[in-house]
Design a protein around this ligand. Structure first.
Ligand SMILES: *Cc1c(COP(=O)(O)O)cnc(C)c1O
Length: 384
């Protein structure tokens, strides 16, 4: 049986990894080496220098490509370094159409770094895809999207967006960090490129910062590897090993994140002190029908606002949590909470923030894989 025919839960354990050719070790060794001895000048075993290629990173890159049903994978020192690589494929004068509801760091690298090199960014509401079509012109080279979005959990229709991109001969890149390939595989829906903050669910244990890109287009992969090697934002072999290990339980973790998420979303919805709950599993969520089509489940990211809509009320609740930890980041085994208005989205003016639903009392949860009864009890006592 060929590995590419494996089902997802088998791929998470077997894709990309082979017994070590030198020793038969079943776990990919941590090749903690910068260089490789050459038998003769120019004659080596495929590895010349670890910025260009390292066996531990190589195994992880293959595993990530396989999980996303892509051909090529590349890992970077962070999610933002992966985004940086994509943007370096562009030239001054090129235009990018992206969402107005975007991870804050993506917004920052677009406007704070690449704008000054002559790349133009259009931020549109991707709930209406005609907004994307309206911005396409002969300079458009890239459409960049993210779904579900942070922290309001809006859903973008990847398949419909990929048709628009194909018709215009523009690359479509999807930040698949929130969903992971367990819940959603953008390549199967027509995306050209998938990006991950591996830091989050793929690593899954809050112990690594890393990014990744995957694609099936040879020309795009060649560019990615050229920039990966030229700019050098590569992760080390120890981190690659930790993520290889984390991946082996991705399907188990995501299943539990989704089960716990569903229980908590419903609990919050019925709670008298809670106003709105943002979770794409609800039938009245505006993106529910598309989420049901393009995702296999709804994951563990939930945001909710309080009836008492001010930051102090939100802070009071968050300080009472005993199991949920107050921290940036998401996607680890442990439950985390954050306050978008003063943490992740503090840089956005209050009026703009509130227009997209990020009100002062909004609390974001990254629901972990703990026993759900303890999580429900924790939320219940914190809200009381
Ligand atoms: C965290 C995150 C990033 C950035 O990744 P880093 O690994 O922190 O550089 C990009 N997109 C999304 C959706 C994220 O959550």
């Amino acid at each position: 049986m060929k590995k590419e025919h494996f089902k997802f839960g088998t791929k998470t354990i077997h894709a990309g990894v082979e017994p070590d050719p030198a020793t038969g070790a079943i776990m990919t060794p941590i090749y903690q080496t910068s260089t490789y001895v050459q038998e003769k000048v120019g004659e080596h075993k495929g590895y010349a220098y670890s910025r260009s290629l390292n066996p531990t990173r190589d195994a992880l890159e293959k595993a990530l490509a396989a999980l996303e049903n892509a051909t090529y994978g590349a890992c970077f020192g962070s999610g933002l370094a992966a985004i940086d690589c994509v943007l370096k494929m562009l030239k001054p004068g090129d235009e990018v159409i992206t969402s107005n509801d975007l991870y804050g760091g993506s917004y920052r690298i677009f406007t704070g770094v690449f704008k000054q090199f002559g790349i133009r960014f259009h931020f549109v509401d991707m709930n209406e895809l005609k907004n994307v079509e309206e911005k396409i012109n002969s300079n458009t080279k890239l459409i960049w999207t993210e779904t579900p979005t942070n922290p309001i959990m809006n859903i973008v229709d990847i398949k419909a967006l990929s048709k628009i991109a194909q018709n215009a001969d523009v690359l479509l890149a999807v930040d698949n960090t929130f969903a992971t390939p367990y819940l959603q595989r953008p390549m199967d829906l027509g995306a050209d490129l998938v990006m991950h903050s591996v830091t989050k669910y793929l690593g899954g244990h809050s112990d690594v910062v890393m990014g990744a890109l995957v694609t099936s287009k040879k020309a795009v992969a060649d560019e990615i590897y050229r920039i990966q090697n030229s700019s050098g934002a590569v992760p080390g072999p120890m981190d690659a090993f930790l993520v290889l290990r984390g991946l082996k339980t991705l399907h188990l973790r995501m299943q539990r994140h989704s089960e716990n998420g569903a229980r908590i979303a419903h609990f919050l919805q019925d709670h008298p002190k809670v106003k709105n709950v943002y979770w794409p599993g609800f039938e009245n969520h505006p993106g529910h029908a598309i989420a049901k089509k393009q995702m296999s489940d709804f994951g563990g990211m939930i945001s909710f606002s309080l009836q008492e809509n001010n930051a102090e009320a939100a802070h009071r609740v968050m300080e009472k949590f005993e199991v949920f930890s107050l921290a940036e980041s998401l996607g680890g085994v442990e439950s985390l909470t954050c306050h978008p208005a003063t943490m992740t989205h503090a840089a956005i003016p209050a009026k703009e923030r509130e227009a997209v639903g990020v009100v002062d009392s909004l609390i974001r949860l990254s629901v972990g894989v703990e026993d759900v009864d303890d999580l429900l009890q924790d939320i219940s006592q914190a809200l009381a």
